[in-house]
Ligand binder design. Structure first.
Ligand code: PAF
Length: 303
């Protein structure tokens, strides 16, 4: 079965190259004809790895291509997910499977609501890669991808293809716990790195602020029935800050490059859920307010 990949950014590109070099059929879906023409001029997607750099001439198409889609990897940003899926919705076969690789929470439900007949598999990934404008993906270190379907615990047979392609992954019956845990880590670390203009390690100097946010995130996770995601959250946040001390967080990098952030799917989603559960979380509220004001000053969206 063909892998259609929509959103040939860093992670989408990484999956596309690894699946294609295993001999599996892959199609990239590019936004429009201009992008498709640019891609074709380059002759394909380049993957830069520590040991080798290779060009993969993966066939590409635009969303209006007539080819039916049975399996779609949606690898765009959370704020683009709904619109991206709408652009190919008419091509999805009944019972099509989607793998949703978005950060944070909120976009997955929006996509699933649009496609009641499709199976939506959620993914939470720590894989690292960067992509430039010339369809060159630079592999930035081994990570891991958790996959699961909150509505249907049976793992799909195509996980064997990911295995064959060397994509490190595991199926989990509780993908929501993974997604919530990552959301909490991102909420505790990323906005503060933007507001304090520092690398992740710089947050060691703001330990009390981080601890206060962790307390409220634990309260929220428990209220949402995510007890396992709440367990030892602060200790893990501190561990991640140490382990990634030299890195700039993904949100920091987005802001530094003048790109839209995923604030709406991280802090925005956390606060919407808090409201739904009648929870008052003053520190997270204040963080959201400060970050929104900062983004507005820079002319960036706050959603
Ligand atoms: O978003 C990020 O940058 C990362 O997920 C992490 C590790 C939470 C912070 O750098």
């Amino acid at each position: 079965m063909t892998w259609h990949i929509l959103g040939a950014g860093s992670l989408g590109g990484l999956w596309a190259a690894r699946l294609a070099r295993t001999g599996l059929p892959v199609r990239l879906i590019l936004r429009d004809r201009a992008r498709l023409a640019g891609y074709r001029r380059l002759g394909g997607l380049t993957l830069v790895e520590p040991e080798q750099t290779s060009l993969y001439p993966i066939p590409a198409q635009t969303p209006d291509d007539p080819e039916p889609i049975d399996r779609l990897l949606l690898a765009c940003k959370a704020y683009d997910a709904e619109e991206a899926v709408a652009s190919v919705a008419a091509r999805l076969t009944p019972g099509a499977e989607l793998i949703l690789l978005q950060n944070g929470l909120g976009s997955q439900d929006a996509v699933a609501a649009r496609l009641p007949r499709a199976r939506c598999i959620l993914a939470s990934s720590t894989e690292g890669a960067f992509r430039d404008d010339n369809f060159r993906v630079v592999f930035a270190g081994q990570g891991f991808t958790w996959l699961g379907d909150p509505r249907e615990p049976t793992a799909p047979a195509w996980l064997a293809e990911l295995h064959a392609a060397g994509i490190p992954h595991q199926w989990t019956p509780d993908i929501l716990a993974r997604l919530w845990r990552k959301l909490a880590l991102n909420c505790a670390i990323n906005p503060l790195t933007v507001l304090h203009t520092c690398r992740n390690g710089g947050l060691a100097e703001h330990a009390a602020e981080v601890a206060g946010l962790c307390d409220e995130l634990v309260e929220l996770l428990r209220a949402c029935g995510q007890d396992s995601a709440a367990e030892d959250l602060q200790a893990e946040v501190e561990r991640v800050i140490q382990a990634t001390a030299a890195n700039y967080s993904s949100m920091y990098q987005d802001v530094a490059h003048g790109r839209r952030t995923e604030i709406g799917y991280l802090l925005g989603h956390a606060l919407a859920e808090a409201q739904r559960h009648d929870l008052s979380l003053p520190r997270l509220d204040e963080l959201h307010r400060r970050l929104s004001a900062h983004l507005t000053r820079l002319g960036l969206p706050t959603r």
